[in-house]
Design a binder for this molecule. Sequence first.
Ligand SMILES: C[S@@+](CC[C@H](N)C(=O)[O-])C[C@H]1O[C@@H](n2cnc3c(N)ncnc32)[C@H](O)[C@@H]1O
Length: 300
Amino acid sequence: MNPTPETPGPAPEEPGHAPEAAPATAPEAAPATAPRAETDADADAAARRAASFERQRRLRQEPRFPGGPAADPAGSHHERRIRSFQPRRSRVTAGQEDALQRLWPKWGLDIDGRGVIDLPTLFDGLPVVLEIGFGMGEATAQMAADDPDTGILAVDVHTPGQGNLLGLADRAGLSNVRVANGDAIILLREMLAPAALDGLRVYFPDPWPKKRHHKRRLIQTEFLDLVAQRLKPGAVVHCATDWEPYAEQMLEVLTAHPLFENTQADGGYAPRPAFRPLTRFEGQGLDKGHCVHDVLFTRR
Ligand SMILES: C[S@@+](CC[C@H](N)C(=O)[O-])C[C@H]1O[C@@H](n2cnc3c(N)ncnc32)[C@H](O)[C@@H]1O
């Protein structure tokens, strides 16, 4: 994401940019019996009823797409913990919906916190890299196509992106991508074994530019403590951002962490590795004249 300070310029269809309560699609947002709004007060009341209907549906854990990803599988949206993403609803295209319904049973995985995933079985013995926050998944699909000998466990909470990535992987005939639905923290904490991962990629994580939101940033010491337990020795953590203060934070917390070592002898940013494709958010950042930094550290 590529915000200007304090005004992150929402783009409602984009991951990471949606407002707190994005408008729900009509059939799910409003019960069929909802009266037609005639005045502003009626409209407000209808909106409140629709929001409450949506909350109830979520609490019942009803999926939006039969056979597709579960709604808020581990209840993360209702946790009091500070999250690195905002609960939101975004429109899903017909193509994404088709991919979710057709391909989720084969390639999808709900982060329900109910057991440790057997990664060697899931990826037929390939080394596995976790990508947190793949957005619409174009870069993920590209990396999977470029390196079929590495499995990518791609996690995001963004339903349209999940459908998009499944569709891309299907059309490209990829068998080394799995799409996880839910909060990466719960995935790391509850569902991955110690030393299960061969790498971690976090590309253009939400920068949370306002000072009071800095606590929501993903890359901080507590997160690295957890990540360090899930990575094999020698595994690489690769982060990239176009938000200068966040790049500085990434470098600072990784440098200070005793279990990580900078791949760069000078202790600074890394040159952009050839394997990282241009991502959607990176493109937007470059259009705004932002400078992109890659940070690559090895798990000791
Ligand atoms: C700014 S977007 C970047 C998307 C993509 N990497 C790119 O560069 O175009 C950040 C993404 O991270 C996801 N995200 C943030 N925190 C997450 C978490 N704890 N678990 C899973 N996904 C998360 C958001 O939903 C969003 O799609």
